[in-house]
Design a protein around this ligand. Structure first.
Ligand code: GAL
Length: 811
């Protein structure tokens, strides 16, 4: 085997690209050392870091806690929530120790020493990153949510011994939620020739799209201007890597840019229902010398939004069924993991969602890859703050100097993802009501258009009257309203666009498995236990119920869809318990912090999932001490009618009622008298025929556990995860819906215990300790695969509980 063949094999091994003879990308995952706190001289190669902790990147230094009420305690008035008087807010940023300085060091891999050009790419580092190579400052990037890169070639010793050091700093009162801390997304080292396509230098668009024909435009930017003749080969490959179109020509280069157009017959169009993907590969030769080859994945699809038909994908109008997602992964913190990201998206897709909004910042590249592959549309957001502060030390400190650079990076890195259907320049920025705010909006939107003329731009607006009066809202390609359903008509009448997007909706609050009596529609309701009711009737002073949004979407053709706040609970922002301790994570999620569906999941599913039926009953049927009391029973279903039985006695057959908001989408029996036993619902289809039934039984004593893994087979790569749902059950297998049982966990064999979460927003138990109480009968244990194949056994112990545990295969 000659040296060139070895090199080629190595490149294929390391690179994530389809073909990469002249460039390779190394993931800098292992071999990092970390310490919290300022360290003088830590950037110097001679610095002794032996006492530092060995870590793998992605890494979140704060997720191991402990939770502490004093961490980043903020005495503030949250003006966007309508508050005028400052009060003490604990848990606003998750009560986790993210504030402070952290240092990372690693030895750069040998491959970089003799390369002609080395570029270091950070997918995201929280925050205010200063990067050093061999003791010299290479660069600085303040915004923790953005991806950024530096050319480190001039700083490298060709002889070896190259040390990379990264200093991060998180300031108190810099966030409205848990931002995480550390190098929480991958770091990549890109090695190329000096004549190479620039980092994020390929832009693929599809200016003509139809079922029979598509035109593909490929724009490329070289790293440096060239004044010579180059031969450019462009190829389109299908998702299996097979070349399906080739184009080759000589270009007399005078500058950095060139482009190509390729036609494709009978393209497979990308959509949520059929996420077809292609690759575009660009090779640059001088004579017969290959200088560079770079590939990007793309999809062929057309997005239009207009007053006549609303939101249109590939020629078909549809309403966006989206959810907002914060970036943390619950018990894993912000350190991203592909399996965890994929699980989140699968859960949302199973509910029937077809879109996510990356609230309120730039997405992780891995997440966008998954959205492309799984068929999930994306509103990719950028900022929660512009110049005017929402948090004293928020992005307002950087906006003037960095906003354009941040938008450029967002767009150049992500523009080839077919899943991204629009950019968002901001969320609820106070500039909506500040003179000159409209000019800032225009400037930011213009930057987006300049960088990517193919996608529309939006901004989430909450100060609707002001945004209309100032001209702010009229400037936007897509006017996005956050909540304020009562303002939709007005905005539609006054604005020129002819359609409205619910850029943020609902913010209904609930705790999984908690049901409060009496059942009422309530705003800002708090209870002494720090929980909210899962009858799904509680919201905030500014927010609403799912039905308020659905009525608009169903009755007004000009409402183009919604992004619900939020798909999952997230760390921080424990509204309506901002002033209550302990409360350290949100109540807004359709799923809890562990990713377990709350009842609301089935309400959205009943409306959104058009593939399989939904038939879900609530509450549980264990109401000891309430015998003879009224316990309302709700059914979330796509069937039009159903009959409810308590211990075989009919409570009436009811059907959905278009004229009553709460009965239009739910079936409610409000006067059911509780008797222990069996609750049974029988659903009828459109023809009045019995279609399906469900039962809930009053559970007996907890005696066992039911374990269900989201995946029973893991990849032996040291990173793959299985999420095992643990349910406490009685002798007949009924869920014990009030069991809060302490359990301990042990994993042996080809994997390890990673984390555990029970979804209780008031719990101060630590996610990384192998013990936790179930919350209302459930929790989720996360098992991480080793690099070696084998079997991993999860054993769980609890007082009075028999469990065989579970075995997972690692392959
Ligand atoms: C919105 C805001 C979100 C979140 C939400 C809670 O106003 O955009 O970030 O705070 O309220 O309801």
């Amino acid at each position: 085997m000659n040296i060139r063949t070895v090199f080629t094999i190595l490149c294929c091994f390391y690179s994530c690209f389809v073909s990469a003879q002249s460039r390779k990308e190394l993931m800098l995952e292992e071999g990092w050392r970390f310490i919290k706190g300022e360290q003088v001289g830590a950037e110097q190669p001679s610095y002794d870091d032996k006492a530092w902790q060995d870590v793998k990147v992605p890494h979140d230094w704060a997720i191991t806690g402990p939770f502490d009420k004093e961490v980043d305690k903020q005495t503030v008035a949250i003006t966007q929530n309508g508050e005028t008087i400052p009060t003490e807010k604990t848990g606003r940023t998750g009560a986790l120790p993210y504030v402070g300085v952290g240092w990372y060091r690693t030895d750069l891999p040998k491959e970089s020493f003799d390369s002609r050009k080395a570029t270091l790419i950070f997918d995201g580092a929280m925050s205010e990153a200063t990067v050093f190579v061999n003791g010299k400052k290479v660069g600085y990037w303040p915004y923790g949510y953005n991806s950024f890169y530096f050319d480190i070639t001039p700083y490298l010793n060709k002889q070896g011994g190259n040390i990379l050091a990264v200093r991060l700093q998180n300031t108190p009162e810099s966030s409205r939620w848990y931002p995480g801390a550390g190098i929480y997304r991958p770091v990549r080292l890109l090695l190329t020739n000096t004549t190479a396509i620039a980092t994020w230098g390929l832009a693929v668009s599809t200016p003509v799209v139809s079922e029979t024909y598509a035109k593909i435009n490929i724009k490329a930017a070289l790293e440096e201007a060239q004044h010579r003749k180059l031969r450019i080969k462009t190829a389109i490959l299908d998702n299996q890597g097979k070349v399906i179109k080739n184009h080759e020509r000589d270009v007399e280069m005078i500058g950095r840019l060139f482009e190509d157009n390729i036609e494709l017959e009978n393209p497979s169009l990308w959509s949520p229902e059929s996420p077809s993907l292609y690759y575009a590969r660009v090779s640059i030769y001088e004579g017969t010398d290959l200088l560079d080859v770079d590939s990007v994945r793309f999809g062929i699809r057309e997005v239009q939004i207009n007053a006549e038909k609303g939101f249109i994908l590939n020629g078909k109008a549809r309403k966006i069924k989206g959810v907002c997602l914060h970036h943390d992964l619950g018990p894993l913190g912000t350190a991203i993991n592909k399996a965890a990201l994929k699980r989140q998206l699968l859960i949302m897709k199973e509910m029937g969602a077809d879109a996510i909004r990356t609230a309120h910042n730039m997405p992780a590249p891995w997440q966008m890859d998954l959205c492309d592959e799984m068929g999930i549309m994306v509103m990719a957001e950028s900022f929660d703050e512009w110049k005017a502060a929402k948090c004293k030390n928020g992005y307002n400190r950087f906006f003037e100097d960095w906003a354009e650079r941040d938008l450029i990076n967002l767009i150049r890195l992500h523009r080839n993802h077919p899943s991204i259907i629009m950019w968002s320049i901001g969320n609820e920025v106070p500039e909506q009501s500040i003179a000159g705010g409209n000019r800032i909006a225009k400037r930011l939107q213009d930057i987006c258009h300049r960088e990517d003329p193919t996608r529309p731009v939006t901004c989430g607006m909450d100060r609707v009257d002001n945004a209309i009066a100032s001209g702010f809202a009229a400037i936007l390609d897509v006017p996005g309203l956050n909540y304020r359903t009562q303002k939709y008509e007005l905005a539609y009448d006054k604005l020129p666009q002819g359609f409205i997007l619910g850029s943020e909706t609902a913010s209904t609050v609930s705790s999984r498995g908690v049901y409060k009596l009496p059942v009422e529609v309530l705003k800002q309701k708090t209870y002494s236990d720090g929980q909210s009711s899962s009858y799904d009737l509680e919201s905030c002073s500014w927010s609403n119920l799912p039905e308020d949004d659905w009525q608009l979407q169903d009755d007004k053709p000009w409402v183009i869809g919604e992004f619900v706040w939020t798909g999952f609970d997230y760390l921080g922002e424990p509204t309506p318990y901002d002033e209550y301790w302990p409360a350290r994570s949100s109540y807004f999620g359709i799923c809890d912090l562990a990713g377990l569906p709350k009842d609301r999941y089935y309400l959205y599913r009943s409306k959104w999932n058009k593939v399989t039926h939904t038939l879900h009953l609530l509450p549980h049927w264990n109401w000891e001490g309430h015998e003879g009391d009224t316990i309302p029973v709700y059914c979330y279903t796509d069937y039009p009618s159903a009959e409810l039985f308590v211990n075989g006695i009919s409570q009436g057959k009811i059907k959905k009622n278009r004229d009553s908001k709460l009965d239009r989408y739910r079936l409610r029996w409000n006067n059911v008298v509780y008797q222990p036993g069996t609750l049974r619902v029988v659903a009828y289809d459109e023809n009045g025929t019995v279609a399906e039934e469900r039962q809930i039984h009053t559970a007996g004593k907890p005696v066992g556990l039911r374990l269900t893994a989201d995946r029973e087979e893991l990849v032996a790569n040291g990173n793959d995860l299985s999420f095992v749902t643990v349910e406490v059950v009685d002798k007949d297998g009924n869920l014990c819906p009030q069991a809060n049982l302490p359990l301990t966990f042990k994993a042996k064999g080809a994997g390890a215990f990673k984390a555990v979460c029970n979804g209780d927003p008031t719990s101060l138990e630590l996610f990384h300790e192998p013990m936790m109480k179930t919350f209302n009968g459930k929790l989720v244990v996360i098992i991480q695969a080793d690099k070696k194949a084998g079997i991993v056994h999860l054993n769980i112990e609890g007082k009075g509980i028999k469990s065989k545990g579970m075995a997972l295969a690692v392959k």
